[in-house]
Ligand binder design. Structure first.
Ligand code: ADP
Length: 269
């Protein structure tokens, strides 16, 4: 059921993301999974939001709905007033997932250009934007390397570069650093902050890490186990010009505890 008529005032709103009464029921044969129920969330343009919650609570599903990979069975998600399908047609968003899909027979530069190639951007423009993105993620000098010659962290940077070439207004990241060790993850978190400041993209990040959620967010959204619902929204008031120093701020530890407690409550703990 679509609770919102297409021309409701929502459409006239600013450029943020609106998730209204979103519900997702997967059916596979006789198996029915209530993945999401009554999800409502507003993400202002340019802000950074993390989704955190137990495995299977529907975080990826929400990202997949916004990325037009699946359609919700109820409710509506809008990106700057556009449906996910419309936003996809206008290349307003990019999705980075945990395992960066790189074509092994193509060099880094060609892999980063891939999104632009699919979008039929002319060759010279493709090259220029890919080189710019490669520089932004700190991979300059590795343009001619093959993916097998890169470390896991470098492959993730290449995946982020590929997403950035599309100059997305909305950047969706699904556990982008989940497969990396903690030190590297920490470094990439702060590199991502710099990139976000530069690009002004709206970020929606799925993560399992409480500290990563705090470092990379204006708001941490806590979800309950199946069917996933939004149970808490915790504001992170560090502003956007943040550095690794925020870890030493006494508020950081307090926020970590607050998110941990909210997760515990959402799981009935
Ligand atoms: P999370 O990202 O929080 O771990 P997911 O969104 O991946 O959760 O999954 C939520 C629930 O929906 C899980 O129980 C998962 O098994 C189920 N699910 C996800 N995708 C599908 C699918 N394509 N078909 C059937 N069930 C699915």
């Amino acid at each position: 059921m679509n609770a919102i008529p297409p021309q409701a005032p929502l459409r006239a709103r600013a450029d943020g993301i609106s998730i209204r009464d979103v519900e997702m029921v997967y059916r596979r044969g006789t198996q029915v999974t209530n993945a999401l129920s009554g999800c409502n969330l507003d993400i202002p343009a340019g802000s950074w939001v993390s989704l955190i919650g137990a495995s299977g609570c529907g975080k990826s599903t929400l990202l997949r709905i916004l990325s037009d990979i699946v359609q919700p069975t109820g409710g509506q998600a809008l990106l700057g007033g556009l449906t996910p399908a419309e936003a996809r047609a206008e290349r307003r968003f990019a999705l980075v997932s945990q395992s960066a899909v790189m074509l092994p027979w193509r060099k880094v530069l060609a892999n980063v250009e891939l999104g632009l190639a699919v979008a039929r951007v002319p060759r010279a423009e493709r090259r220029r934007r890919a080189e710019e993105a490669i520089e932004m993620v700190g991979l300059k000098g590795f343009e001619k390397a093959y993916p097998s010659e890169l470390s896991g962290g470098m492959r993730q940077r290449a995946a982020i570069a590929r997403a950035l070439t599309l100059k997305p207004a909305y950047l969706f990241m699904d556990e982008p650093f989940g497969a990396l060790d903690e030190l590297l993850r920490d470094r990439l978190n702060f590199e991502l902050l710099r990139i976000l400041e530069e690009t002004r993209a709206t970020l929606l990040l799925v993560t399992h890490s409480i500290s990563e959620a705090i470092i990379l967010s204006d708001k941490v959204v806590v979800m309950s186990p199946r069917p996933g619902r939004i149970t808490r929204q915790i504001d992170i008031d560090f502003g956007h010009a943040r550095s690794s120093m925020i870890r030493d701020d006494p508020r950081f530890g307090r926020l970590e505890a607050e998110v941990r407690h909210a997760l515990g409550h959402s799981m009935g703990g």
